[in-house]
Design a protein around this ligand. Sequence first.
Ligand code: FES
Length: 172
Amino acid sequence: MLSIEEKALIDKEIAKVPIRKGASLKALMVIQNNHGYISDDHLRAVADYLGMSSTELDSIATFYNLIYRKPVGRHVIRICDSVSCWIMGYENIAKKICEHLEISLGQTTKDNEFTLLPAQCLGTCDHAPALMIGDELYRDLDADMAIEIISNYKTAPEAQSSSSRDQRCSAP
Ligand code: FES
């Protein structure tokens, strides 16, 4: 089930830690980078390769919100629903994004472009409200900015507009 290339990448991670299961998170990321999410079959294969049970590995996979156990869209939007963002307008922004994408939190658009997920604090509370799309962090948002940023991903993923770029910074 694991390809030779995947095993080689996982072996590199295993070499960095004292026990095989210590590489579990990195191994899951290797699979997710190749397949977009961690299927049950892949979970079993990685668990076998690391010498641990599927249940044990699944508990790690479900603990980390950057590991996806179901298929996700091309872009994953993670909107912070922790306290600072909540106070600064999370609810309205999330509602407007849901309306714009015609989905609810936790769902993927019909065209598989976007998955919208709630996220815990993104580490930029002083610039709340915030969201991430892939590895890009956007902050000091209002609903209109959030919609514009998302729209830019749909029409031209690499070409962010200058107004969107003002809200963008490196991930924490
Ligand atoms: S509460 Fe949203 S970034 Fe911290």
